[in-house]
Structure formats: structure tokens, C-alpha cells
Design a protein around this ligand. Structure first.
Ligand SMILES: NC(=O)c1ccc[n+]([C@@H]2O[C@H](COP(=O)([O-])OP(=O)(O)OC[C@H]3O[C@@H](n4cnc5c(N)ncnc54)[C@H](O)[C@@H]3O)[C@@H](O)[C@H]2O)c1
Length: 260
């Protein structure tokens, strides 16, 4: 087991990539605090990881609200005694629109969840890990959209680029305390978030997500879309001892769709 008895917070643990990470962490022996806005999703993931034998707690919270973030970090330490790994995965897409038509609300909410939310979790995780004094792992889920601009997704791209640079800055600040700070940049991953954005287009064209992605999106050299387990594999590596000499990296997990 790669993560035996490590205590991990996973935000956005009630769906998609967060659910995939929770499942893999459970198999690797981690103890889990799952955080999400959606109580039904939290229950579903908690039931899955309990079946896999994991110790799990859930916390319904909005990662963009300081008090709620402080509360789930405090609860994690109260319940499990410490924090080893923080996976900042909760995120939203912006309502697709050209920048010149983007609303203030669309911009502000995307920034609040995807950038402020990750900042609040990085800060709380860093404080706890520095206080413990024996290192830690902070892993945030950005996107290939944080490296390449995508039309109609300007706020989303900006927040993901922000997460990448915020992580590189923090990596330099806490490296001497053996806290690593890394980012994963998924490509096209089959999750409810992606379906929410693309289903109207896919249904109108009478195709599937995979067919659409391979024909209409940017090329995927490995010739398939990704699944939460693909991202979970990378995050598990970054959380494990095998990655103890890596920090400040933003790693693509996209079948080659994004290469820089
Ligand atoms: N699916 C993709 O193709 C893809 C690609 C690149 C990056 N990502 C990123 O991966 C992460 C996970 O996305 P996903 O595709 O699994 O989406 P998803 O919608 O399936 O899951 C996201 C989860 O985050 C939760 N959430 C949203 N806002 C929240 C908030 N304010 N506080 C707490 N929880 C909140 C949702 O309730 C949901 O359970 C996101 O950061 C997303 O931007 C996804």
C-alpha cells in the first residue's frame, strides 16, 4: 500500500475525479476526509470507499468560504490527529461565453471556487503541515486549460493558470520543510462536469463524448479520452514516497493532448 495510514483531505470528493482519487487512495490505505458542496455525492463516495475498507469522514462545505474551509481542516485534525495530503480538486466550469459577453457573476464565481478556494485550502494545509513539522503533500487539480487558452472559457483558463503559478510560488516557500506542492493538469476526462458542458453539443450531433473529443477537440495522441482513474493514478504517485523529490511541477494527464 502506497499511502498506508496517511490522512488525506480530498475536496470535490463527491463526483468525477475526486471520487476516483478517493477510491484509489482507499485501496492504498489512506484515511479520508471527503469535502463537497453536494451531500448526496459525498454519501455515494463514502459508501464506495467504506466498501474498500477505508476509514472515512465527510464534510459538506463550500471551498470558497474561509470559515467553512477552516472548519473542515479543524475537523480533520480533531478526528484523525493530523494531515498528510491535501488534494484540492473541487472546481467548476464557467458558463461558456466569449470574454466580451462574460458576466461579472460568471467570472466572480469561477474565481471564487477555482482560485480562492484552492488558495484557502493551500493556506490551511500549509499551516497545519508546518505546525506538524514532518512534511506533507499538497496537490491541486488545474487543467490543460491553465496552459492553453480555450475560447469561451476565459475565467476558467485564468483560474487554472493561477493555481499553477500559486503552487510554484508556494513550493519554493515550503520546500525546506519537506512539503511538496504539485499540480495535475487533466485533459478531456469523462466526468459529470465535462458532460454538463458538452452533452447539449454531443446530443445535437448524435455522437458520444469520446467520438466527439477525438474528432472535434484537439488531437489526443493516445486516441482515447481520460477517466478519473487516470488522474487518480498520477495524484497517487504525487502523494506517495516515490515522488518525494518532486515539487513545483504542473504535470499533464491528457493522453498527450497537451504537451507543454
Ligand atoms: N473533467 C475534465 O475533463 C477536467 C479537465 C481538466 C480539469 N478538470 C478539473 O478537475 C476537477 C474535478 O472536476 P470533475 O471533472 O471531476 O468535475 P465534477 O463536477 O464531476 O466534480 C467536481 C466536484 O466538486 C464539487 N464542488 C464544486 N464546487 C464546489 C465548492 N465550491 N465547494 C466544494 N465542492 C465543490 C462538486 O459538487 C462536484 O462534486 C475540477 O477542478 C476541474 O476543473 C476536469
Amino acid at each position: 500500500m502506497l499511502l498506508k495510514d496517511r490522512v488525506a483531505i480530498i475536496t470535490g470528493g463527491g463526483s468525477g475525479i475526486g471520487q476516483g482519487v478517493a477510491g484509489r487512495f482507499a485501496k492504498e490505505g489512506a484515511k479520508l476526509m471527503l469535502v463537497d458542496l453536494n451531500p448526496a455525492g459525498l454519501e455515494e463516495t463514502a459508501a464506495q470507499v467504506k466498501d474498500a475498507g477505508a476509514e472515512v469522514e465527510t464534510f459538506e462545505a463550500d471551498v470558497s468560504v474561509t470559515e467553512q474551509v477552516e472548519a473542515f481542516f479543524a475537523k480533520t485534525v480533531e478526528h484523525f490527529g493530523r494531515l498528510d495530503i491535501c488534494v484540492n480538486n473541487a472546481g467548476i466550469g464557467n458558463p461558456p461565453a466569449p470574454l466580451v459577453q462574460m458576466t461579472d457573476e460568471g467570472f466572480d464565481r469561477t474565481v471564487a471556487v477555482n482560485l480562492r478556494g484552492v488558495f484557502l485550502c493551500m493556506r490551511a494545509a500549509g499551516r497545519q503541515m508546518l505546525q506538524q513539522g514532518d512534511g506533507g503533500r499538497i496537490i491541486s487539480v488545474a487543467s490543460q486549460a491553465g496552459k492553453t487558452g480555450f475560447a469561451f472559457l476565459s475565467p476558467y483558463c485564468a483560474t487554472k493558470a493561477g493555481v499553477i503559478l500559486m503552487s510554484k510560488a508556494m513550493a519554493k516557500e515550503v520546500g525546506a520543510s519537506n512539503i511538496t506542492v504539485n499540480v495535475v493538469c487533466p485533459g478531456t476526462i469523462d466526468t459529470p462536469l465535462l458532460h454538463g458542458t458538452l452533452d447539449p453539443i454531443i446530443e445535437a450531433q448524435g455522437t458520444t463524448l469520446e467520438e466527439w473529443a477525438l474528432k472535434s477537440g484537439s488531437p489526443i495522441p493516445l486516441n482515447r479520452i481520460g477517466y478519473p482513474r487516470d488522474v487518480a493514478n498520477l495524484i497517487t504517485f504525487l502523494a506517495s514516497d516515490d515522488a518525494d523529490y518532486m515539487t513545483g511541477q504542473a504535470i499533464n494527464i491528457s493522453g498527450g493532448q497537451e504537451m507543454h
